[in-house]
Design a protein around this ligand. Structure first.
Ligand code: NI
Length: 174
């Protein structure tokens, strides 16, 4: 089932999300719905706070080669165990900040720990786009957006644009 995605600015996007202590069927279903919502958008990552759910859950699939098999991942309580000194810069976007893209510099590779939907502890090192996406999504769990890496002026301009976009969308629905 597709779920509505919150658009910045929204106080629910600024909250620190709570750890998962009991991996229920409800949370597994939420992960499935988040993947469906992400693919439909389309996007390569989504965090539970973007749906107004203050839970440490992210989903992603950064496979972009044409015809390659998808790799949907759902991560409960994801955390960065280690990051590379080497950095890379990607033009990032966010489903909660539509049509806005900006360069963000982050560690090029990260080793991440998480709990998978079966309750198993997992650990893997990701690089390139995967590393960027995972760091972006984990930031959401801390109430942090990619525009927080930009200058205050740029952030204000983007926020103003989003306020207008939300107003326009609300009007269209009337
Ligand atoms: Ni995002």
């Amino acid at each position: 089932m597709k779920l509505p995605i919150l658009i910045h600015p929204d106080p629910r996007l600024k909250k620190v999300a709570e750890p998962v202590t009991d991996l229920s069927d409800g949370l597994r279903l939420l992960a499935d719905d988040m993947l469906a919502t992400m693919y439909d958008a389309p996007g390569i990552g989504l965090a539970a706070p973007q749906l107004g759910v203050a839970t440490r859950l992210i989903v992603l699939d950064c496979v972009k080669e044409e015809g390659a098999a998808p790799r949907p991942l759902a991560m409960f309580n994801p955390y960065v165990i280690a990051s590379s000194d080497e950095v890379s810069t990607y033009e990032e976007g966010c489903l909660s900040i539509p049509e806005v893209y900006a360069d963000v510099t982050r560690p090029e590779a990260v080793t991440v720990g998480w709990v998978d939907p079966n309750g198993a502890s997992r650990e893997e090192t990701f690089d390139g786009l995967w590393a960027t996406c995972i760091q972006h999504e984990i930031d959401h769990l801390e109430g942090k957006l990619f525009i927080d890496y930009l200058s205050a002026l740029k952030r204000q301009l983007i926020t103003r644009k989003m306020v207008k976009l939300k107003r326009d969308r609300a009007r269209e629905q009337m």
